[in-house]
Design a protein around this ligand. Structure first.
Ligand code: URA
Length: 255
């Protein structure tokens, strides 16, 4: 890949195109140890060493990060007032990262952060029906036929009912714990069980606004805690703690 030095530096967050041009003109940028002031210089990032103010920089065309989104952080690329999920990726090299899909401020769990628009489209396009698996801590009495209602689709006040969703109900905390081996029980989830009634696993293929919360509301219940575990073949690494992330490969995204 051949790329202009000004685009290269702008992609890596050294400023806007005009800012990085000034940087180059000021003599702060070297290619293979030689200062260049040519803002239109075309380079092959794989085969040259670029330094800015004497510090080596490295370029990646695409980056992929698996984030364990914590509660309280907004799903956005940038915000004037609030910390975003992209701000949590401290080791990012590129400035054009965005979250793939949206989790509510109080929802936790798997979020993919990348700058690969094509991959994001494959995961999000309505026609692709990518499974998203969540666990929810619920308060209230679930109706007997709740599994059937979720399977059939629910009228949550949108133009169309929800697409079929798969629901598995753990009536109590004990039932949840018994169903999983000790290593698979999610302590973060259990921390939110106090005062609640059930734990549910729910798999949806859409990504509507507050979709799961509204589905439970329609059957007379309240979601007290919601966490996403997977999106297609991409599964949350259970060794990550809230707010932690790891860089993954394109292949690991599973699509
Ligand atoms: N459904 C919701 O209600 N909230 C989320 O964050 C994700 C799915």
């Amino acid at each position: 890949m051949i790329i202009r030095i000004d685009k290269y530096l702008a992609d890596l967050g050294f400023g806007t195109r005009s800012e990085v041009r000034s940087l180059v003109k000021s003599g702060s940028v070297s290619i293979n140890e030689e200062i260049t002031k040519d803002v239109g210089l075309r380079i092959d990032p794989e085969n040259v060493q670029v330094k800015v103010k004497g510090k080596a920089v490295s370029y990646s065309e695409y980056e992929y990060y698996m984030l364990y989104k914590p509660a309280g952080v907004i799903t956005a690329s940038s915000d004037k007032r609030e910390k975003t999920v992209v701000d949590l990726i401290e080791s990012r090299k590129r400035r054009d990262l965005f979250p793939v899909g949206r989790l509510d401020r109080d929802t936790e769990g798997l979020l993919l952060i990348t700058n690969d628009g094509e991959l994001a489209h494959k995961l999000l396009a309505p026609g692709k029906h990518v499974d998203k698996k969540y666990m929810a801590v619920i308060s209230g009495e679930l109706p007997e036929d709740v599994v059937g209602q979720f399977e059939k689709g629910l009228d949550i006040g949108d133009e169309k009912p929800t697409k079929p969703a798969r629901l598995r109900v753990y009536k109590t905390k004990e039932e949840y714990i018994e169903s999983f081996s000790e290593t698979m029980v999610d302590e973060y989830l259990l921390e939110h069980y106090e005062g609640a009634d059930h734990i549910c696993e729910i798999i949806i293929t859409e990504g509507r606004y507050h979709e799961i919360k509204r589905m439970f509301e329609v059957v007379g219940c309240k979601v007290e805690y919601l966490k996403r575990y997977s999106m297609g073949k991409l599964e949350l690494d259970m060794s990550l703690r809230p707010g932690e992330y790891k860089e993954i490969s394109r292949a690991e995204c599973g699509i």
